[in-house]
Design a protein around this ligand. Structure first.
Ligand SMILES: *Cc1c(COP(=O)(O)O)cnc(C)c1O
Length: 365
């Protein structure tokens, strides 16, 4: 079926651009999945067809991230925001604290949620730097009684990203990788737990991936509702209740596309090319564009920048939209502009945006 596609250059921060190939495959399979005569959305999550989809999605994630034995992959609901609560609910205990590196908007939310549940301490913070950077590794102090150290590998709103992860020794390292999962190779064995909402880099909204080391899957120290316990979902291979089947299926299609495009290393090469195209324009603009993040902490996923006035920013957004570039408004809490260039954003789209930025500067500088 030949369908004319007219797609914008989509820089949405999440949900975000998905690879066209994955969308087309889903369209082709939408009404008759694998010869069953029904959509995947219409079948039992206990059917062999669906179970194969979920199994393959987990196997692909294991392959692409190099997840070692001794870790479980879970597909959960409630978004990364629910993980802000599930992590302390399941990992904290009497006399233990959750340690947080507070780097920006998302880390603050995770930290606040842990405080609702037990003792949480800031192991480091970039507040004094206006959230423009990841704190230096030497400044991260892990308290004696830490049950874990929590980091946000990429701060989606401020546009900062960890380059080198802290060495936490015996303390499990927990990471919110919602906005940079599978955008670069990561040594999973250094982490106790990784979680990510799928809707930025690996799929649609509705499914949250949790990668958890098996020794951390245990009966919580406090009463925790069944659905919010990692051991519930681990015991039932993420089929304790009805999973978000279609979202997991879409994630599988995106993971296949990532595999076919060079895996994590391929995604990193693409991310670098896209980010460099944009940062190069910002840095060469003589202050016309002002990057929000300090250079050593710049995100390869969310390029945040400002113009001299809000009025000029408004004009930028209007002209960008007219030229087919959408999703460039900064988060409402910080303002400014932001280009989110996750895995699904084609390199040519980022390069076209860079050219537009140069042109806009020529006309307005
Ligand atoms: C988007 C995002 C979240 C929130 O994810 P939800 O799935 O909407 O709960 C949390 N952390 C980071 C780093 C994010 O980018």
């Amino acid at each position: 079926m030949a369908v004319k596609v007219s797609r914008v250059c989509n820089f949405n921060p999440g949900p975000a651009a998905l690879p066209l190939e994955a969308l087309e495959r889903a369209r082709n399979e939408l009404t008759d999945f694998a010869g069953t005569g029904m959509s995947l959305m219409e079948m039992s999550h206990r059917s062999k067809e669906y179970e194969a989809v979920q199994r393959e999605a987990a196997a692909l994630l294991r392959e692409l991230m190099g997840i070692p034995d001794g870790y479980k992959v879970l597909f959960l609901q409630g978004g990364a925001s629910t993980q802000f609560a599930m992590v302390p609910m399941n990992l904290l205990a009497e006399g233990k604290s959750g340690a947080y590196v507070v780097t920006g908007s998302w880390a603050k939310k995770a930290f606040a949620e842990a405080k609702l549940f037990g003792r949480a301490v800031a192991a480091a913070s970039s507040e004094a730097d206006g959230w423009t950077r990841i704190p230096p590794l030497e400044s991260v102090t892990i308290p004696e009684d830490a049950a874990y150290l929590h980091i946000t590998s990429n701060e989606t709103i401020e546009g900062t990203q960890w380059r080198v992860f802290p060495d936490t020794k015996a303390v499990p390292l927990v990471a919110d990788m919602s906005s940079d999962i599978l955008s670069r190779p990561v040594d999973v064995s250094r982490f106790g737990l990784i979680y990510a909402g799928a809707q930025k880099n690996i799929g649609p909204a509705g499914v949250t991936v949790v990668i958890i080391r098996e020794d951390l899957i245990r009966e919580p120290a406090f009463p925790v509702p069944t659905m919010l316990r990692y051991d519930t979902h681990a015991k039932h291979d993420s089929l304790y209740n009805t999973p978000p089947a279609f979202a997991i299926y879409m994630t599988k299609l995106v993971l296949e596309w990532i595999r076919d495009n060079g895996g994590a290393a391929g995604m990193e090469a693409r991310a670098r090319e896209k980010a460099e195209a944009l940062y190069r324009v910002i840095d060469a603009s003589g202050g016309f564009y002002r990057g929000c993040a300090q250079k050593d902490s710049r995100s390869l996923m969310n390029v945040t920048f400002r113009l001299a006035s809000e009025e000029l920013e408004k004009r930028f957004l209007e002209e960008a939209a007219k030229n087919g570039f959408v999703g460039l408004k900064g988060h409402r809490s910080v303002g400014g502009l932001r280009a989110s260039i996750y895995n699904g954003v084609p390199t040519e789209h980022a390069k076209a945006l860079a050219a537009f930025m140069e042109d806009f500067m020529r006309r307005n500088g």
